[in-house]
Design a binder for this molecule. Structure first.
Ligand code: KIV
Ligand code: ZN
Length: 514
């Protein structure tokens, strides 16, 4: 397989979702999947169907709705898992079964408690079983980079003989370094017969901050599929970041003469949607999509960029979809301009939703002089991107000051019923959180609470991110408003909705806890 196209396999909805607190509802996953399709990814790994009923349903619905890219379901190397994965993905235009088993001595001894020959038999049986359903079978050697290299070659050989058409080499624990990973890929290519007829893939974790560098090193040795996630989301330190791999290939095409099918102008909107849906903010200095990725603070840099952009910029913000003209709309803007802006960001609302969104935009424009793109995204995401079926904020009123006890009164819709509760607290946010907890009957631990300003200016909207925990289940939420107490209440309710969804859709297994 010597094509110069590097296929992008996005696993935001599977490995990304395994990050603590990043659980998404089926509706949210579908929303992200539509955006990934628009971004131009080649394969969407939609989930791990055996892990829970909720995951099965999300993969199924994504498989049925997404057209134009492959949809993969993950499964361990056993018949039950494979049957379930096929059941979930079979409605896709291009379904793929992705099956895996660990091959390192460490995993064989401590986790699987099997010897090497037993694992080879399992690989052969599992791949052959998957092949009964489809030709499109990917096999992964979990913990490949800590696997004895001869045994890795034997495992890959067995998988290819059994019919795997894609061989994925994961750096499961983010342990390898570029020179070593290049050597592993090179050795596989030299030693495994028939490897030239399959697509070689890599899947790198970022524990040492090397996931992108390792992935690119492997591409240079002939890997033609990379597994990655939006914003580098994923277990522990995350997975290789899609946007970084794609832009490293594009910007340094002199060193990496390959192409991807990614429409790079859709990178930033996708990053924002994933951040809003998961409630996980992107660090400001994150490459490609961080708020500061194209900002120049130092006078000397500003001067250089003003004279000639290429003095300090290696790519254009617009190339990755960051709008150059930040101020877009105000209270005099009409329906047409608003609709166009929404569509540029990937929000295609029906007439009723559009009417509602336009009213909200006008309300916001009355409070703020300029309505920035980020304001619009925040507003749309809260109302239309997230699922808020269980708890919804109807109204919130607070009073606080230096000479009084802070009081909050919140009116919520809880499973369709309206409930109003008042509480006092050490501050207005504390009072609001107590009132919301009382109304919903859920009192989680508040692990993390951060307020940031979405844009500049005195009238900027505040964006609040919270992380909560209850009975070992984590969840994150975001909320925004020109009033930070309202933003705080929205973020808390968003996190409570996700907590409840996770509770009602428990995972029976995860890839790490096998
Ligand atoms: O990191 C890993 O090894 C995985 C596999 C299941 C592909 O996510
Ligand atoms: Zn992984």
């Amino acid at each position: 397989m010597s094509s110069n196209i590097v296929k992008i396999f996005d696993t935001t909805l599977r490995d990304g979702e395994q990050a603590p607190g990043c659980g998404m509802t089926a509706e949210e996953k579908l929303r992200v999947a539509y955006q990934l399709e628009k971004l131009g990814v080649d394969i969407i790994e939609a989930g791990f169907p055996i892990s829970s009923e909720g995951d099965f349903q999300s993969v199924k619905i994504i498989a049925e709705r997404i057209r134009g890219c492959e949809v993969a379901g993950l499964c361990r190397a056993n018949f039950n898992d494979i049957d379930r994965a096929w059941e979930a993905v079979k409605g896709a235009e291009y379904p793929r079964i992705h099956t895996f088993i660990a091959t390192s001595d460490i995993h064989l001894k401590h986790k699987l408690r099997k010897d090497k020959d037993e694992v080879l038999e399992i690989i052969s049986g599992a791949v052959k079983h998957a092949k009964r359903y489809t030709d499109n079978v990917e096999f992964s050697t979990e913990d490949a980079t800590r696997t004895d290299l001869d045994y890795l070659c034997r495992s890959v050989d067995v998988a290819i003989r059994a019919g795997a058409t894609i061989i994925n080499i994961p750096d499961t624990v983010g342990y390898t370094v570029p020179e070593e990973f290049s050597y592993i890929i090179k050795t596989l290519k030299e030693k495994v017969p028939g490897i030239e007829d399959v697509t070689l893939s890599v899947h790198c974790h970022n524990d040492l901050g090397l996931a992108v560098a390792n992935s690119i090193a492997a591409v240079n040795e002939g890997a033609r599929q990379v597994e990655c996630t939006i914003n580098g989301l994923g277990e522990r330190a995350g997975n290789a970041s899609l946007e970084e791999i794609v832009m490293a290939i594009k910007v340094r095409n002199d060193r990496h003469p390959y192409e991807t099918n990614i429409i790079t102008e859709n990178i930033y909107p996708t990053s924002r949607i994933v951040s809003q849906v998961t409630g996980v903010s992107v660090q400001p200095n994150k490459a490609i999509v961080g708020a500061n990725a194209f900002a120049h603070e130092a006078g000397i840099h500003q001067d250089g960029v003003l004279k000639e952009r290429i003095t300090y910029e290696i790519m254009k913000a617009e190339e990755v979809g960051i709008p150059s003209n930040k101020i877009i709309l105000g209270k005099h803007s009409g329906r047409h301009a608003f609709k166009k802006r929404l569509e540029e960001y990937g929000y295609f609302l029906d007439e009723k939703d559009f009417h509602h969104a336009f009213r909200m935009f006008k309300d916001l424009a009355d409070k703020k002089k300029y309505v920035f793109d980020e304001d619009i995204e925040a507003l749309i995401s809260e109302e239309f991107v997230r699922s808020s079926d269980f708890y919804k904020l109807i109204s919130a009123n607070f009073s606080s000051g230096t000479d009084m006890n802070p009081v909050a009164t919140v009116k919520l819709s809880i499973d369709g019923d309206e409930v109003t509760v008042s509480e006092t607290g050490s501050g207005p946010v504390d009072a609001a959180y107590k009132a919301i907890s009382k109304a919903t009957g859920v009192t989680p631990n508040l692990e993390h609470y951060v307020v940031a300003s979405i844009t500049g200016g005195m009238d900027a909207q505040g964006e609040v991110t919270v992380r909560i925990e209850k009975d070992g289940i984590f969840s994150q939420g975001q909320g925004s408003s020109t009033d930070i107490v309202v933003a705080s209440a929205k973020a808390y309710i968003n996190a409570l909705n996700k907590l409840r969804w996770r509770k009602e859709h428990p995972r029976r297994v995860t890839t790490t806890g096998l």
